[in-house]
Design a protein around this ligand. Structure first.
Ligand SMILES: Nc1ncnc2c1ncn2[C@@H]1O[C@H](COP(=O)(O)OP(=O)(O)OP(=O)(O)O)[C@@H](O)[C@H]1O
Ligand SMILES: [Mg+2]
Length: 210
């Protein structure tokens, strides 16, 4: 068995990469052993996982990246899923390397046309990664939406023109995403996280149909 590898990337900062990576991995844990590789020098994912009581609140394994290529090679026999939380920059080629190692890349974007336009460089980076790694599938994931049907017309038009398709299922703006992070947990591990957990499960089912 080799792990299915999923990159969470966007060159735009603050779009929800770490939030999606950590909750997605917590959801994937229910299906098999899951590893998060924190490939961002900011270290948010590592810090998140360390916040739980005795480090035990977060269900997946989380490691800080050493050498990404080597780390994926070393761990891909031991885990069913590897989720890579990428930094918001092209520096050090981390996002590019991560995508060449991945089966899928999920690109969280905030639901405004300006945020989507800022992801155009990301679309180019995906295209480049596909030269080296033709199996790569790329998806936009709308994050912090109020409700799917509340998307503005200009956002819908921008999405329709963007070369990377958006998942049907997005992530709504919910305080529980922030509080789960503060507790070093995930929406699966906190009270009142049910609706959020259901939307993360829906994303998992859409990306990795059973
Ligand atoms: N769906 C959501 N609902 C509410 N808050 C959210 C949601 N998604 C993300 N946030 C909050 O938005 C902020 C940015 O999210 P996050 O750190 O996951 O983004 P990021 O893309 O990893 O940032 P960076 O580019 O700095 O790595 C955080 O405070 C996070 O708690
Ligand atoms: Mg982050």
């Amino acid at each position: 068995m080799t792990a299915t590898v999923i990159s969470i990337a966007n060159l735009k900062g603050g779009s929800g990469k770490t939030t999606l990576a950590m909750n997605l991995a917590a959801g994937l844990c229910k299906q098999g052993r899951t590893l998060v590789i924190d490939a961002d020098p900011q270290g948010s994912a590592t810090q998140w996982a360390s916040l739980g009581v005795n480090g035990s609140a977060y269900p997946a394994s989380v490691i800080a990246v050493g050498n990404l290529v080597r780390d994926v090679r070393n761990f891909q026999q031991d885990y069913r899923y590897i989720v890579i939380d990428c930094p918001p920059s092209l520096e050090g080629q981390v996002a590019q390397v991560s995508m060449t190692l991945s089966d899928q890349v999920l690109i969280p974007v905030l639901p405004s046309p300006m945020d989507l336009w800022a992801s155009v460089r990301m679309a180019k980076a995906v295209q480049n990664a596909k030269f080296d790694n033709p199996r790569l599938k790329a998806w936009l994931v709308l994050n912090q939406v109020e409700a799917r049907n509340s998307l503005s017309r200009s956002m819908q038009e921008a999405l329709a023109e963007f070369e990377i398709p958006a998942l049907q299922n997005g992530v709504q703006r919910r305080a529980i995403y922030r509080s789960a992070a503060l507790e070093g947990s995930s929406v699966f591990g906190v009270g009142r996280g049910k609706q959020a957990a259901a939307e993360i499960d829906a994303i998992i089912n859409e990306v990795l149909p059973q």
